[in-house]
Design a protein around this ligand. Structure first.
Ligand code: ADP
Ligand code: ZN
Length: 604
């Protein structure tokens, strides 16, 4: 164990010990080794390059695509007394000159640079002239052409290895799949890097996937029951839906802001800043939002539409609960989602290879939605982590409320023959009407009431039939033809089901229920272990933090995390030396805020 690193962890960051494999990684990089770090969101990746940069000679260059967050990152480091700066397009030429000067003179520990800036001749020459401790390539999955965060400039980052072969590089990402990992290694020439793969489990996140009835209303019910006044993110597929959903939530008393690529940059930045700074904003967003958002107290992530892949889903839900306190990942999902996603793949301009890949990812996502086993186990094994020993996690909807499966062979046969009898020329609504024996105008017009399949499924509700059809599509027994009005088609394996050679298992349909008002997972957790007096102190501390954050123009969590405030409210430090022992209180913060906090404590 690197004693110098531990000493800095304690004195600068105020943390008593390293987490997971942080110590090993730091040791390796301090000694000049290259590293590839795969760690879930909230795992503590930043320290893995910040500490080595402080311990080694020269400035640590952090490549990050997240220009909008650099200011907050640098502010947070300044709060603990680390000399950091950034170079990006938000600065004037003069401002950048000052930073460049400091870099040349070795006055900085860390500098954050956007990749497009780094690759300029001017910047590379600047680096030639500076002592450099390391290169950290954050969000390294951006190098992957198949991922949704692909940034073409990332590919060119291989120049770092060619131009500065003796400077250690550390690439970090929270994206766990094998293909992305392999791509990072080849594209960034990290063949000789040591790989550090952490467990991707996020035990404090509760996964839930509900049958979609009226998604928006279900979301509102969920928020009202469990997340009033919490920070959270709601993901939607389209810009239009983002706008509508944000408006809907606002009309129902929830402070929601929209975020998508179509919004004016100024408004987007403003909304992001409010989300980061305030305590209880719901951000309604497309997947354009969220990368690098390190707000620790996001209490829920909700998906109103099906994500395109498990990688996306896991990354997005991972933004909840970075502080380790309980958080929810909630999603509503229905037949329309499956149809829509399949159509998007089909209609995209991409080549066949790419379409096949996307289609495989969608299938995997559907399998997660339809599984009748523990969701967490399913997720972890998707990422190749089968050795976790988790069978029933006890913290997902399936474990908490096991669904039952049933032998769906006969109903699938009914569905398939209904599709067959209308010559595979009709869409879901009509086929279900036939099965249920409805007397719609269309049925009479086509004389479909004469079919042998007419009314054979009358005992099941429309929602139930939709759930069956959805699972049939997910399992590949039915396909949807987008070229001809979404008509349902049989597939190669349908025949085996029709002939009774293949049996089909499905999840039993359960009517969506309005959630009962529950004790909130969020603040409830933070407050439960406090006495009444501690509780009062905690509220006072939060209030003090809010004022202080406003004064310094930084997000509240940059001053102190909730967990640190809670520890203070428990420990009642009466002196600076008592306060020093609290996790999250380093020397600089002690010097800056210590007196104020001790005074606050004694006033209770
Ligand atoms: P990541 O970048 O992996 O998502 P961060 O580096 O932002 O995660 O760390 C997540 C949170 O955990 C941060 O608030 C950080 O201060 C905290 N943290 C990291 N390492 C430790 C540690 N060893 N002890 C206590 N808190 C830690
Ligand atoms: Zn589970």
């Amino acid at each position: 164990m690197n004693q110098a690193a531990l000493a800095l962890l304690q004195s600068v960051f105020g943390y008593p010990a390293f987490r997971g494999s942080q110590a090993e990684i730091i040791d390796h990089v301090v000694n000049g080794g290259d590293a590839l770090v795969l760690m879930p969101t909230g795992g503590g990746k930043s320290l893995c390059y910040q500490l080595p940069a402080m311990l080694r000679q020269g400035v640590g260059v952090v490549v990050s695509p997240l220009i909008a967050l650099m200011q907050d990152q640098v502010d947070a480091l300044a709060e603990v007394g680390v000399k950091a700066a950034f170079i990006n397009s938000t600065q004037t030429f003069q401002e950048a000159l000052v930073i460049e000067q400091k870099m040349r003179q070795g006055e900085l520990d860390l500098v954050y640079v956007a990749p497009e800036r780094l690759l300029t001749q001017r910047c590379l020459e600047l680096l030639d002239a500076c002592p450099i401790s390391l290169f950290a390539i954050d969000e390294a999955h951006c190098v992957s052409q198949w991922g949704h965060d692909f940034r073409p400039e990332y590919i060119k980052l291989s120049v770092l290895h060619e131009r500065f072969p003796h400077i250690p590089r550390i690439a970090l990402t929270a994206t766990a799949d094998q293909a992305t990992r392999a791509e990072i290694i080849t594209r960034l020439q990290l063949e000789n890097a040591m790989q550090f793969v952490s467990s991707f489990d996020r035990p404090n996140i509760r996964y839930r996937i509900v049958e979609k009835a009226n998604g928006r209303q279900q979301l509102l019910d969920f928020l009202q029951a469990e997340h009033l006044q919490d920070s959270g993110i709601v993901y939607c597929l389209s810009r239009k839906k983002v706008e509508e959903t944000a408006q809907f939530l606002n009309e129902h008393g929830i402070s929601a802001l929209p975020y998508h690529a179509g919004l004016d940059t100024r408004i987007r930045t403003q909304n992001q800043a409010r989300f980061l700074r305030e305590d209880s904003i719901v951000m309604v967003a497309t997947i354009a939002f969220g990368m690098g958002i390190d707000k620790p107290d996001v209490r829920f992530v909700a998906h109103l539409d099906l994500p395109k892949s498990i990688e996306g889903y896991y990354q997005e839900t991972g933004r909840a609960g970075r502080d380790g306190a309980p958080a929810n990942a909630w999603m509503s999902y229905g037949l329309q989602d499956v149809v829509q996603q399949r159509r998007m793949i089909d209609e995209s301009e991409a080549d066949e290879n790419y379409k096949r890949l996307q289609s495989g990812k969608l299938d995997a996502m559907l399998a997660l939605c339809e599984t009748i086993h523990c969701r967490r186990q399913h997720l972890l094994s998707y990422f190749g982590q089968t050795e976790t020993g988790i069978r029933n996690c006890g913290n997902c909807d399936v474990c908490l409320n096991p669904p039952s499966a049933f032998d769906a062979s006969v109903v699938t046969q009914q569905l398939l023959s209904a599709i067959y009898r209308v010559d595979q020329r009709f869409a879901a609504g009509h086929v279900i009407d036939i099965l249920r024996g409805m007397e719609s105008e269309r049925i009479l017009q086509w004389r479909h009431d004469q079919l042998s399949t007419y009314g054979i499924g009358a005992a099941r509700s429309e929602a139930e039939w939709r759930a069956i059809l959805r699972q049939a599509i997910a399992q590949g027994y039915v396909s949807v033809d987008y070229e001809s009005y979404n008509s349902l088609k049989l597939t190669e394996i349908s025949r085996a089901v029709l002939k009774g050679e293949l049996s089909v298992q499905m999840r039993r349909y359960e009517k969506p229920q309005k959630p009962a008002k529950q004790k909130r997972v969020s603040k409830g957790y933070i407050e439960t272990d406090l006495s009444a007096q501690g509780q009062r102190l905690f509220e006072k501390l939060r209030h003090w933090r809010m004022e202080t954050a406003r004064l310094h123009n930084v997000p509240a969590y940059v001053i102190f995390h909730d967990s640190t405030l809670r520890d203070i409210a428990k420990a009642y430090p009466n002196s600076l030396s008592d306060l020093r022992g609290v996790s999250g209180v380093g020397e600089k913060k002690l010097a800056t805020y210590g007196e104020q906090i001790v005074e606050l404590v004694s006033s209770i």
